[in-house]
Write a protein that binds this ligand. Structure first.
Ligand SMILES: *Cc1c(COP(=O)(O)O)cnc(C)c1O
Length: 375
């Protein structure tokens, strides 16, 4: 049996006609950048994310950069964040000349350890940038409490978490709706993936929304009059039209991923493999399982075994951001973020996509059990 990490072709087959109709509509209109398709998607995304404003942009990386620009992050400022994330979380900070202050994560959910924030705040701290990693919201209630006390905005990196909920906040606890600005990615492998690059920023603040809209078009308003120096980062109509189709299926896909996660949990419990730990779903969360990430002893050998037996799997993330070569001048050394570094050694993400079958999942678990049984 072959079990890929992700099978976008399988998903496309289920929505092919709807997607192709949307593509044809955009091609016939020959209107490619921003415009009505993008506005329609922004409306739908704002409703879905339960926010007042949703603003499309070129990628999740740009969403983070634009968010920090809108909050006026300057050279010399500090932004508190995690080192256990995709690179863009930190590069958005350094590209503005600011300094990422990397805190450790909580072992249970791989998200920012909120207890460490207060001690890391200095007079130069400009914002807090948590990541809702793998599709599960970070611990937002105590984070917002600290942020409020210090008058600091929170930028949520929700690139992996569209539709995830932090239930203690009820209706207001959707990813991207809790901080000052939420940032999303439509990279094809995300739960809501486009046919190319795309991103989105969400906010309930009218002033920030206007700034974000201005910054994504070179600060230009009206045409050829530049109020500020922004960047070129627009969502295109083809992406918006496709994303609008996919958004109507997103909750079904989330439900299928949750069903698959529950099935893995059960299979792992039955198999009783001591060398692995399934992901922890925190109480009061709606986890959307952009990744199903286990911790595994002898992880790299296990990964090799799985690849050799046609099971797709991937390490997110093998090198934490504080240990990346390009951030060497920040002065972190091995051991500074022990929980992060341990996660980087142990984490392994398994196939969890909606179209995965029970048979495929049984095969994955069998292969993991076989690896530990043989050695
Ligand atoms: C995917 C991702 C990004 C970047 O999004 P792009 O659209 O690829 O630029 C940022 N942060 C996290 C946590 C991501 O997973």
């Amino acid at each position: 049996m072959k079990v890929p990490l992700l099978d976008l072709k399988a998903q496309h087959q289920t929505i092919r006609d709807e997607v192709m109709a949307a593509v044809t509509r955009v091609m016939d209109s020959q209107q490619f950048i921003l415009g009505a398709e993008v506005e329609a998607f922004e409306q739908a995304a704002a409703t879905y994310c339960n926010v007042k404003h949703a603003i499309g942009c070129g990628s999740g990386s740009d969403a983070l950069l634009l968010a920090l620009m809108a909050l006026d992050v300057q050279p010399g400022d500090e932004v508190i964040t995690v080192a256990y994330s995709f690179f863009a979380t930190a590069s958005a900070i350094t590209r503005l000349g600011a300094k990422p202050v990397f805190l450790d994560i909580a072992a249970a959910d791989f998200n920012l350890d909120v207890a460490q924030i207060e001690a890391a705040i200095t007079p130069r701290t400009k914002a807090i940038l948590p990541v809702h990693l793998f599709g599960q919201c970070a611990e937002m209630a105590p984070m917002l409490e600290v942020a409020k006390r210090h008058n600091l905005p929170i930028v949520e990196d929700a690139a992996q978490a569209i539709g995830a909920d932090y239930l203690p906040f009820g209706e207001c606890g959707r990813a991207g709706a809790m901080g000052a600005i939420g940032c999303f990615s439509f990279f094809p492998s995300k739960n809501l993936g486009g046919a190319g690059e795309g991103g989105l920023m969400t906010t309930n603040d009218d002033t920030l929304a206007a700034k974000l809209r201005l910054l994504r078009v070179h600060g230009m308003q009206p045409k050829y009059y530049h109020q500020v120096v922004g960047i070129n980062s627009r969502l295109d109509a083809l992406q918006a039209a496709i994303l609008n189709v996919k958004l109507t299926h997103l909750d079904d896909w989330h439900a299928a991923r949750q069903r698959n996660a529950a099935r893995y949990n059960e299979l792992f419990a039955q198999a009783g493999i001591e060398a692995i730990t399934p992901p922890v779903e925190r109480p009061q969360r709606r986890h959307i399982y952009n990744q199903y990430t286990i911790r595994a002893a002898r992880r790299d050998e296990l990964m090799k075994h799985l690849h050799a037996h046609d099971v797709g799997c991937e390490v997110y993330y093998p090198v934490p951001l504080h240990q990346q070569q390009c951030f060497a001048d920040l002065g972190y050394v091995a051991g500074d973020l022990p929980v992060t570094e341990k996660a980087a050694r142990e984490a392994l993400s398994l196939p969890i996509y909606p179209e995965l079958t029970a048979e495929m999942q049984e095969y994955v678990v069998e292969q993991i059990a076989a690896f530990y049984a043989q050695s």
